[in-house]
Design a binder for this molecule. Structure first.
Ligand SMILES: [Cu+2]
Length: 490
């Protein structure tokens, strides 16, 4: 049994450039000795970006052409050489893909950390197209932008003559993430201190946040643990946003990825109405609207038509429970782009389950009773900052399943924070919300707000040992993580 202890998690934490040794020449792993001409190279590296006029060294996952992330054809499969060009060990998880478990990119579970200068080769079939992403699963590297898009096209995507725009959201701090975590663990107990207090936008540079909201039914809720220095869309803030050329009246497919380490957003199209066509890469019955919640690690595919009047369309992401926002601008030729304030007039909406209850998957699981039902309590408090997953009342033990079983897992959340729960290796269907059965979206990450229950269902069709955790990086790093183990896998 490989339990991930908090000590092991913390042992993996280190800042960029903390080690001084030079990056050695690439060492090929032994099993890669045969042909590799078909392997796309992807490099774990560092790069410089500018945030609010200040230079920052962040991580990157770059192709040889300097492109962040990958766009692949499903039929070609996943054929990749991952090279570690930084001075620290790392490992990259392919979020949304369902590879053989040894290729899943979680240290100590799937495979050992990738040493500086070493490389791993990956080859597996791609089961589904969709908007996915990749990120470090080691320590707190994800906070320093070790994350990138991973877009899988199928034949239908290639036939559609529609402009695709990928929008990757991040939260960004100049501070060392280890420092941010230590402050959280210092147990400021902001719940008690900030009860009912208001909070302004951007008043707290890289400090601890303290937003409390009273939910319907007087349920108290903690919103953001950390006030980040900036919120990024494709690495930029609204002071200097990415401006994407579009056609007047043209169709655009947005592929939005929430790569934030600890921030949920609401996507806001302003006066434009869009059609949500997929979540977490899985098609859903089309839903129209101008605002769509996107919890940490989730994805939204939204199709929209540029206005005939030729106006630019800001695509904004509103930080949950706070005024900060980020975004990109869709700009038809010859149109001026208005400057948009990085702080809105009102707080971004709280990300709840209103949209989730309305989502219906297009490709649903077969009707079948569950062979196994497991209840997972999401436990923890801000005081001391220790989080956990209790399986049938026992803290942080693996969930055991049998191959081919229909499995249902019910999350209950007695804590005061929302937890975006992510199961590796599978896509599940949202099967019930607060005990009301639905044929909801197929997903890999589902939000579980305080005081609510969400049941997911999936077929155990990918044997292995899989990470199963909250995708709020600081909750995961302080204990809200376990594994899903198939019987018979060592
Ligand atoms: Cu959490």
């Amino acid at each position: 049994m490989t339990m991930i202890t908090r000590r092991q998690m913390l042992a993996g934490l280190a800042g960029i450039g903390a080690t001084a040794f030079a990056t050695p020449a690439f060492v090929r792993s032994a099993h890669a000795a045969m042909t590799h001409a078909d392997l796309a190279p992807l490099r774990i590296t560092t790069r410089q970006i500018e945030v609010k006029g200040r230079a920052a060294t962040v991580y990157g996952l770059l192709t040889p052409n300097g492109v962040s992330g990958l766009t692949l054809n499903r039929e070609d499969g996943f054929a990749l050489r991952l090279e570690n060009a930084i001075a620290d060990p790392s490992l990259i998880h392919w979020h949304g893909l369902t590879p053989p478990w040894r290729d899943d990119g979680v240290p100590d579970i799937s495979q050992p950390l990738l040493a500086p200068g070493a490389s791993y080769d990956y080859r597996f079939a791609l089961r589904r197209a969709g908007t996915h992403w990749m990120h470090s699963h080691h320590g707190l590297q994800e906070q320093q932008l070790m994350a990138a898009p991973l877009i899988i096209h199928d034949a239908k995507d290639r036939k559609t003559d529609m402009q695709e725009v990928v929008v990757m959201l991040h939260d960004f701090s100049f501070a060392d993430p280890m420092e941010l975590l230590e402050k959280l663990r210092g147990g400021s107990g902001h719940g008690a201190m900030r009860h009912g207090a208001g909070h302004g936008a951007g008043h707290n540079m890289g400090g601890m946040a303290g937003a409390m909201n009273t939910m319907p039914g007087n349920m108290m809720m903690d919103l953001n643990d950390i006030d980040h220095n900036a919120y990024l869309a494709n690495d930029r803030t609204l002071d200097d946003p990415e401006i994407i050329a579009t056609e007047r009246g043209g169709m655009v497919r947005l592929r939005v990825i929430n790569g934030g380490a600890s921030t949920s957003f609401t996507l806001d199209l302003g006066r434009v109405t869009g059609t949500l066509v997929a979540v977490d890469g899985n098609p859903v019955a089309p839903l129209t609207g101008s605002q769509f919640p996107i919890a940490i690690a989730q994805r939204l595919d939204i199709v929209l038509r540029m206005p005939d009047d030729g106006d630019a369309v800001p695509v904004l992401a509103l930080r949950e429970g706070a005024r900060e926002r980020t975004g990109i601008i869709l700009q038809p030729a010859g149109v001026n782009v208005r400057k948009i304030d990085p702080a809105g007039a009102t707080d971004g909406p709280v990300v709840g389950l209103d949209l989730e209850t309305r989502l219906r998957s297009i490709e649903t699981l077969a009707d079948r009773p569950a062979d196994r039902h497991i209840t997972v309590d999401l436990t923890g408090t801000m005081a001391g900052y220790v989080w956990g997953m209790a399986i049938d009342g026992v803290e942080n033990i693996p969930v055991r399943v049998r191959a081919q079983d229909r499995v249902e897992i019910t999350f209950r959340n007695p804590s005061m924070m929302s937890h975006p729960m992510h199961l590796h290796g599978h896509h599940f269907q949202v099967a019930a919300i607060n005990d009301v059965r639905i044929k909801g979206a197929m997903r890999d990450t589902v939000m579980v707000p305080p005081g609510q229950t969400v049941t997911i269902a999936f077929d155990a069709d990918n044997p292995g040992k899989w990470a199963f955790h909250c995708h709020h990086m600081y909750h995961m790093a302080t204990g809200m993580m376990t594994t899903l183990d198939y019987d018979g896998i060592a």
